[in-house]
Design a binder for this molecule. Sequence first.
Ligand SMILES: *[C@@H]1O[C@H](CO)[C@@H](O)[C@H](O)[C@H]1NC(C)=O
Ligand SMILES: *[C@@H]1O[C@H](CO)[C@@H](O)[C@H](O)[C@H]1NC(C)=O
Ligand SMILES: *[C@@H]1O[C@H](CO)[C@@H](O)[C@H](O)[C@H]1NC(C)=O
Ligand SMILES: *[C@@H]1O[C@H](CO)[C@@H](O)[C@H](O)[C@H]1NC(C)=O
Ligand SMILES: *[C@@H]1O[C@H](CO)[C@@H](O)[C@H](O)[C@H]1NC(C)=O
Ligand SMILES: *[C@@H]1O[C@H](CO)[C@@H](O)[C@H](O)[C@H]1NC(C)=O
Ligand SMILES: *[C@@H]1O[C@H](CO)[C@@H](O)[C@H](O)[C@H]1NC(C)=O
Length: 924
Amino acid sequence: MDITFLLVILQGFLLPLLKAQPGFLNLDCGGTIAYADDIGLRWIPDSNYLFGKRTNTSLTSDNKTQYKTVRYFPADDRKYCYNLNVTTGLRYLVRATFLHGNFDDNSVYPKFNLSLGATYWDTITITDVTTPVTTEMVVLAQSPFLSVCLLASSSVRFISTIELRQFIGSMYYSEFERQYLMFMVARINFGALSNASVRYPDDPFDRIWESDSSKSANYQLVDVSPGTQKLATTKPVYVSWDEEPPMKVMQTAVVGNNGTLTYTIYFANNNFQRHAGAYLYFAEIEDLNPNETRQFEARFPWGPPHLEVPVNVMENAGGKYRLYEPAFFDISLPLLAPLKFRQTNDSSRGPILNAFEIFKYNLINFGSPDSTAMDSLVSIYPQKEWTQEGGDPCSPIPWTWVQCNSDSQPRIISLKLSGKNLTGNIPQQLTNMSGLVELHLDGNSLRGVIPDFSGLRNIQIIHLENNALTGSLPLSLANLPKLKELYVQNNNLSGEIPAGLLRKNIIFFYAGNPGLYLPSKEANNNLVIILSVIGAVLMLIFIAAFYFYKCKQKENKRGKFGNLPTGQSKLLRELDAESTHRFELSEIMVATKNFEKVIGKGGFGTVYYGKLSDRTEIAVKVHDIKSKQGIDEFLNEVALLSRIHHRNLVKFLGYSQEEDTSILVYEFMNEGTLAEHLRGPPEKKIVSWLQRMEIAEDTAKGIEYLHKGCSPAIIHRDLKTSNILLDKNMRAKVSDFGLSKLMPDGSHISTMVKGTIGYLDPEYYVTQRFTEKSDVYSFGIILLELISGYNPISSENFGDSCEYIVSWARGLVESGDIEIIADKSLEPTYDIESVWKMTKIALMCVKPSRLERPSISEVLKEIQAASMIEQKASTGSVESTDLFAREAMGYPPNFDVAYSTSSECTDSYTESFIQPDLTKFNIN
Ligand SMILES: *[C@@H]1O[C@H](CO)[C@@H](O)[C@H](O)[C@H]1NC(C)=O
Ligand SMILES: *[C@@H]1O[C@H](CO)[C@@H](O)[C@H](O)[C@H]1NC(C)=O
Ligand SMILES: *[C@@H]1O[C@H](CO)[C@@H](O)[C@H](O)[C@H]1NC(C)=O
Ligand SMILES: *[C@@H]1O[C@H](CO)[C@@H](O)[C@H](O)[C@H]1NC(C)=O
Ligand SMILES: *[C@@H]1O[C@H](CO)[C@@H](O)[C@H](O)[C@H]1NC(C)=O
Ligand SMILES: *[C@@H]1O[C@H](CO)[C@@H](O)[C@H](O)[C@H]1NC(C)=O
Ligand SMILES: *[C@@H]1O[C@H](CO)[C@@H](O)[C@H](O)[C@H]1NC(C)=O
């Protein structure tokens, strides 16, 4: 719906008041006056809302003014929506509260559903007339208004308040915000000084942070570990970062003074185990002695991804009294969710926790494609009750006077506006509704001519009788292919009735139009008509038979893919054409011996070993997909994967998709991950420096292809040594590319965690976006691992007060201590010059600012240059050895340009032969 009457008036109140709290709207439903409450929020009444009724509650306990009134609606099958103006592209918190207050003196308590536009929001169940029920979402505004709708119910419905808070910057940004709304489940302030929640003005965005010692209707905290104590400070805490929790919340925390800190969260009305997310808020708020540390391991109920390394809040935040905020998207929560933090052995203080937020994702329903036409139709009659239902015309429930089909984006199939006092012309908006089957506009005061209805390809029944329509009957009516009934009686139509209409085998009423007459020749041409009718019928039978046959053929072709929505058939045919191999599930079961041997677990799912009947060894990645959308996404990724071919990318062999199981099949890489060969058992260690450089070069080529060879570029997002696989010749290939969009349970949510430390581009924290340079950062870490053999994060290897490979390596390079960097297990024959150069390259890659980092192509050139130094040092003769070595590995001598030309990924790319520019990045 467009602007309602309500809005126009509301905004009049709003403008002056909003100055105090920009981006705030406080609507006191059922209220009559504007006022400021005790915390300084300005409330405005919804007194211009046309429908429903206002009434007073009889409150005893909570005497807030906004709870003293409600607006209530009868038990009926229509929805009632409030439309709120917002700015497209900004994020908002939308909150609705319901305090019954015994307003109707009825012993049956209401229960009804709430939606935001077409998207289901929450089910409101009143069990207690004195406690407010609050429900809250964080949404990205994708249109200029949000509508809060109370859906049809067999009980009376009511509402107390609606609040809107606008966020700034990238607060609550998530990659999935265009597909999901974030429904807030819990927002807890730990170590709170009282039972009172923290909100405005302490929180400038007026989120409500509940005290960990108060009772909540949504969750309970149980099983708290002994020794848990509150901690509070009055010193300022730096919080202007990420989600910007209020300082007052960060100034209190709980600590596990006996070494552990645990909470089990019991979710009261939990039906949201899937699709959840969490933000954790930490800050060091104690002045530790310099010889003390607070470091702990975290175990989360959502299983991996964990924060894999010990958490050191002070280091992660960059100092004490500063916010450290890991966030998890794409997690699933059990009904009882245990949260466990354990102090590490070398830590002198127990774990700390200041606050967290948990939300679930509600899949956005985009509603009907006809909504624009309908919004503009109802805006013609702003004062009529039938135009006030609001929200989407079809979803989650249709307006009372329309019917919709069951498409995922439903079309209106029936529109009943009989006897609604419509005036003016027949609305033009109706003529484009291609899904419409029935149109009822009879019994109104419509004037003017009948418009061209030829856009209504599916219309069967048209009721226009009992109006004041003028002009002639348009010829186009005769051409509506599915028309069965046409009613135009009792209007002021005139002119000759089109012969085509009379010939059509339809129910056709046209009496009561004084100026309308039959075509003169009609009477004499009966024979011709009958013959042409017989001819037409034969023709129709023929055409129908032809199409029937065609459709059958299509269906057979499609049948292979099972019951997929029609939208997918095109994609699947494309996949077919791409000759992506589709494995039968049974074939995979045989190959993997019923998923016997697990060889890895990754973001995408579990990886199994398998052997096909032709003895090809395969790696099988299995993934559960529950939603149709997930399947779509999966097939899209498959289509993408099947176009990526490069010798330094693990080869994609095919896929299998049956019901809930989606499988990707890759070539099996005999030698496993690079991580194992750097830090595994001694016999696996790669001791040749030259070999490590080759691995670096191979990896860089794989990444270069993703960045430069594919259009649009593919950003890996999760490069790490456990994602670099080695084949039997110890050549490296990048794996898990192109999967970042798939999440374990099928929607496209990535498994990436903001909180994974080690490989993650620090600028990601600021921008919340991945770029090619984020991959370059991760690759820099991989280089440092190849050089040193160390884990990127370690509390042992990097000396005092240093845990991160980057700061360690920087320190050594600055002091010129390069020999210390090289892995002790390397054969000592390496040329220190090439190690030095590789270290410099690595440090260029991990520059804090993206702008300062080289592109992967530049990095590759540098690695090749460093490699030359090493080869010259060891053999004296570079070229021939190099080529010989490569041929022996089974690669053609010119394999550097041997990309598959059929691939979409090579269209825009030919490998550059730029000479390495050694000066540009100060590497020499
Ligand atoms: C509310 O939105 C409508 C457009 O949807 C706009 O015409 C109107 O001016 C807006 N009101 C205010 C006060 O911004
Ligand atoms: C609600 O209360 C106000 C004052 O408290 C009173 O003026 C008004 O009449 C009451 N309305 C109803 C419907 O009882
Ligand atoms: C009602 O509000 C007043 C201030 O407006 C407050 O002093 C009083 O404690 C409140 N009563 C209850 C029961 O909350
Ligand atoms: C709320 O919606 C769900 C489905 O979305 C439905 O199953 C349930 O019956 C509805 N509840 C009420 C009270 O209308
Ligand atoms: C926790 O530590 C305190 C001393 O710091 C000790 O008195 C208490 O018994 C410990 N509690 C448990 C359950 O270990
Ligand atoms: C840390 O140093 C302080 C003195 O500065 C000393 O009292 C304390 O025992 C030391 N703690 C540890 C764990 O070494
Ligand atoms: C239609 O309009 C007339 C006069 O304006 C009014 O008397 C009548 O009640 C209206 N009918 C409906 C159904 O709104």
